[in-house]
Design a binder for this molecule. Structure first.
Ligand code: FE2
Length: 377
């Protein structure tokens, strides 16, 4: 007898969710110079100093700075010696995402559930303790060299986790209104999208909520395909991209070439007021992709009435798209490191649960103009 037939789909997903997630706990980037990167994320993106770990806290092989803005935590880590896996990672990939850490109720169970379904172990469950309590953590591998850590912090009262001390700084630029991680996109190799979709379905219990083929995401020159994976409550969303054949090189191919492998393409961060957030980011030197002014000529005909004034959107180059449930406003930065690899998206959702399909063409043409300037189109 199937006892779930009368339960609505959404509830059914939660009832049977073997990996309940409460959102993104933190994102860790391996970078060439964590001290300077931390200054950039404070100055340009408005993150606040939260925690530090390094030789002063008893950690000999690395330094890590943890920054926070509302619900988003960002960790920046650099190696202190050349013979370190972090140094190897940086030598190969440049700056990039190493850890997408997820909030769980039970890190031991999250590990057991995912590993028994085929997840490849990265970190066996362990309990870290200090005077502020305990953090339990475990982890599995995902695409490329990226890993998911499962972090259980319900019995911890410190600022971040054992091994870290509070980072007190006299330099505290104001926040810019970044709220939380909306989604993180992975770029994988040719024909690798479906295997990774299967991984998120089978190992982590995610569902494929949206798919885009190369006809949805193509310009005159290049193409990509994408499937959006979401956990049961929708707090964690991982779109997976792979390149598709076009007349010229796909932006995903350019990423794979310069990152020297699969990795995280962009992190989308939610704001409650995209006009003020983007205005502030621009004033602080963050560079964004620009769509042509003609994008706004027929915007209202395309997306219908919106609450925002059109002028500031046009002035800042903010994009708008609508789906059945509402609309969204979004904008993409240029890559934030030397290699043309990872970038950020700033997004404000007004009911819409989608990802801006109506903007793909305008956006990818903007990306291609940048690719062409780099000589990689
Ligand atoms: Fe996105």
């Amino acid at each position: 007898m199937n006892t779930t037939t009368s339960i609505p789909v959404e509830q059914d997903t939660l009832v049977n969710d073997f990996l309940p997630l409460h959102g993104t706990d933190y994102i860790e980037l391996y970078v060439g110079n964590a001290k300077q990167a931390a200054h950039y994320y404070k100055t340009a993106f408005g993150f606040q100093s939260l925690a530090y770990s390094g030789p002063e806290t008893g950690v000999k092989d690395r330094v890590s700075y943890v920054l926070v803005q509302n619900k988003m935590r960002l960790m920046l880590t650099s190696p202190l010696h050349s013979d370190s896996p972090i140094a190897e990672h940086h030598k190969k990939h440049g700056d990039g995402v190493k850890v997408l850490a997820l909030m769980v109720d039970d890190a031991y169970d999250a590990y057991e559930q995912t590993v028994k379904r085929g997840g490849k172990s990265y970190m066996e469950p362990q309990t870290l303790t200090d005077a502020n309590g305990e953090i339990r953590v475990s982890g599995i591998h995902t695409y490329g060299e990226v890993v998911h850590l499962f972090v259980e912090r319900k019995n911890y009262k410190g600022v971040f986790m054992p091994g870290f001390e509070p980072w007190k700084s006299a330099y505290n630029p104001t926040p810019v209104g970044l709220e939380y991680v909306d989604h993180c996109v992975g770029n994988v190799g040719w024909n690798q999208m479906n295997p990774w979709v299967k991984f998120y379905e089978e190992v982590m219990g995610f569902k494929n909520i949206l798919s885009f083929d190369d006809k949805d995401i193509s310009t005159e020159y290049s193409a990509l395909m994408s499937k959006v994976m979401s956990n049961g409550n929708g707090y964690v969303k991982f779109p997976i991209n792979e390149p598709a054949e076009g007349k010229k090189k796909s932006q995903v191919e350019e990423y794979l070439e310069f990152y020297e492998g699969e990795g995280t393409q962009h992190i989308a961060i939610a704001t409650k007021d995209i006009v003020s957030t983007v205005r502030e980011l621009m004033a602080r030197g963050v560079e964004f992709l620009k769509v042509p002014a003609s994008y706004y000529d027929d915007l209202i005909e395309r997306v219908g009435a919106i609450e925002e004034d059109l002028e500031p959107l046009k002035e800042l180059g903010i994009l708008v798209d609508r789906d059945d449930e509402g609309y969204l406003l979004q904008l993409f930065t240029k890559p934030v490191e030397d290699r043309p690899t990872m970038f950020y998206e700033i997004i404000q959702r007004k009911g819409a649960k989608s990802f801006g399909k109506g903007n793909f063409k305008a956006l990818f043409e903007a990306i291609e103009r940048e690719q062409a300037v780099r000589g990689n189109l």
